[in-house]
Design a protein around this ligand. Structure first.
Ligand code: FAD
Length: 290
């Protein structure tokens, strides 16, 4: 089913994001993860890809596994180091595997790799996909602004162009302060962006996540999270519980405020996904009238 159709049927869509194993790794571990995630009945599972293109065959392979487990896949496709011919090959491969939904991304630049002559921004890829195929196309957005953007106003202006090129829903970058999401939601509505927006939630449950997120994502870290990290950084069990509790609290607030969807960055951890999904399922059921 197309994800745009799911949004017409549900008031709050719930999905997971996973990443493929390295090209040389065995696929069985991720297959087990997908089976476990599928048992939590997400509306779809998205599968990341590398900006360099090297891991993209695995994105298609894992997307097909998601489908074989009875869940709708959303395959990520990047373009900054790709050209039209390579993008078309990726899209054909996905279509042949019965994947009908893609998340069109520019991707982060890889130093030393030549940039695309065909695609400068994700909106170029969205336009290309719309012209050449029949996928549902999702896009990325940034409640705190994309790190490269001059300011939020120009970022939202650029987002409007991307949506107008043919995006059917948006998934946000992770954020920890819901007020940023609410402000963003109001601002994009004023800018004339009316496609559904799913809030991206990353549970901070491991020391390694904390280190990576703080150094890479550029997300604002609220005092409540700083205190949690300071207190439990070296206490794995407590950090796990505190991180899950924070994510559930964040999601309950988002759903209370009418968020149209929650996209959980589960980092291939079905235990965390289960704990969060089971906590919020009754609320999702109530909202969706299940
Ligand atoms: P764009 O929408 O092209 O925006 C990039 C920058 O260009 C922004 O600053 C924007 O304001 C600016 N811009 C856009 N259009 C114009 C214009 N016409 N004129 C001037 N400036 C413009 N990366 C991966 O490599 N693999 C993944 O699987 C992946 N999945 C992701 C999933 C989500 C939900 C999110 C939020 C991000 C993901 N990323 C992934 C990261 C993403 O690739 C990077 O954040 C990248 O830097 C920007 O990609 P984009 O598609 O948002 O780019």
């Amino acid at each position: 089913m197309r994800i745009s159709e799911i949004f017409t049927k549900k008031k709050a869509v719930f999905s997971f994001e996973i990443f493929p194993p390295k090209p040389t790794s065995d696929i069985s571990a991720v297959h087990d993860t997908i089976r476990e995630l599928s048992s939590l009945s997400p509306d779809y599972i998205s599968v990341t890809c590398s900006a360099g293109g090297s891991g993209n065959a695995r994105t298609a392979e894992i997307s097909a596994l998601v489908r074989s487990c009875g869940v709708e896949p959303l395959a990520h496709v990047t373009c900054i180091h790709s050209d039209r011919a390579a993008a078309q090959t990726t899209l054909n491969e996905l279509w042949d595997l019965n994947v009908q939904n893609v998340l069109a991304l520019r991707g982060d630049r890889i130093a030393g790799v030549a940039e695309s002559k065909d695609f400068k921004y994700a909106s170029d890829l969205v336009r290309f996909i719309r012209q050449t195929s029949d996928f549902d196309v999702a896009g990325a957005c940034y409640p705190e602004g994309h790190p490269e953007s001059r300011d939020l106003v120009s970022d939202i202006r650029n987002l409007k162009q991307k949506v107008d090129a043919g995006v059917t829903h948006l998934n946000t970058q992770l954020f920890f302060d819901n007020e940023d999401f609410y402000r963003f939601r109001d601002n994009i509505a004023l800018a004339g962006i009316h496609v559904p927006v799913q809030a991206g939630i990353m549970p901070l449950v491991k020391k390694s996540h904390v280190d990576r997120i703080i150094s890479l994502s550029g997300a604002k870290i609220p005092a409540k999270i700083s205190r949690m990290i300071a207190r439990f950084y070296d206490k794995p069990d407590s950090l796990m519980e505190a991180g899950i509790a924070y994510a559930v609290d964040q999601i309950v607030d988002l759903l209370s405020a009418g968020a149209q969807g929650i996209h959980l960055y589960v980092m291939n951890n079905p235990y965390v996904a289960r704990r969060i999904a089971e906590s919020i399922q009754p609320i999702l059921n109530e909202i969706n009238g299940d």
